[in-house]
Design a protein around this ligand. Sequence first.
Ligand code: FE
Ligand code: FE
Ligand code: MG
Length: 165
Amino acid sequence: MGTKGISIVGMDVNELINLLNRAYADEWLAYYQYWIGSKVVKGPMKEAVIAELLQHATDELRHADMLTTRIIQLGGTPITEPKKWYDVTNCGYDAPDDPFVEKILNQNIHGEQCAIGVYTKILEITQGKDPVTYNIVLQILQDEVEHEEDLQSLLEDFESMLKHR
Ligand code: FE
Ligand code: FE
Ligand code: MG
């Protein structure tokens, strides 16, 4: 750990590490929800939905990577036990037990909306206190905003297709 790099953080570092670990759990659960969703999804427009779900899965895993790097820089330990993801997650996990396209899109839209809320909150907390974490979280938030829009426009296409057939 870099002592000077940590000393410039103007807030409780352990509290910050906890926030980042909770988001880290969210990202792994989101990754798996997208990934397994892309395997089981059924219905019209399936191919387009699979492509989007897989792209998002890749992004969520990259977010987990970004968070774990920052947790370690801050002298923290990323969660090592997957069972603990469930204890600390903000956004939870929504199993795609109903594999219909519309249901899976709605589940993931809900997850993205939760993620947008979580990262907006961490931005508020770190603003003016930890520019490095702020910057990382801002990059993640930009992706989550894009994810929500991607899924909502797929859902819109899906609904208009049903209406006009
Ligand atoms: Fe993410
Ligand atoms: Fe996302
Ligand atoms: Mg996308």
